[in-house]
Ligand binder design. Structure first.
Ligand code: FES
Length: 115
């Protein structure tokens, strides 16, 4: 129920795939299913190798999602999230632009994933 477009210098062209409604797949799982060359190591929200930028393309407010403590810690350590963005996620359900693909659950919204 969502189009997920992957873009990267590692790919010869952008790839848009359809994520099925009701799936609770991670973004990393979607990428792997479509042979998108997204880096990963731990697959458990600990190493930070799967950091991606996620832009919501619908023009609507992004679907709010609770960041896990692990994801917050890894993004903070990588310099990919500010204290203000953490506060916005916690108090206003505003997702930050950078996420861990192995922790991000694909929702019913079209997104652009840059890595
Ligand atoms: Fe290690 Fe996602 S693969 S944090």
């Amino acid at each position: 129920m969502a189009n997920v477009t992957f873009t990267s210098p590692k790919m010869s062209r952008d790839l848009t795939v359809y994520a099925v409604a009701g799936d609770t797949q991670t973004l990393l799982a979607v990428a792997q299913a479509h042979k998108v060359p997204l880096d990963f190591e731990c697959q458990n929200g600990e190493c930070g190798s799967c950091i991606v930028k996620v832009d919501v393309l619908s023009g609507k407010r992004p679907v709010g999602i609770a960041l896990t403590e692990k994801e917050k810690t890894v993004l903070r350590y990588a310099g990919k999230i500010t204290p203000e963005q953490i506060a916005a996620a916690e108090t206003d359900d505003v997702p930050p632009p950078f996420r861990l693909a192995c922790q991000f659950i694909v929702r019913h919204e079209d997104i652009l994933v840059t890595f």
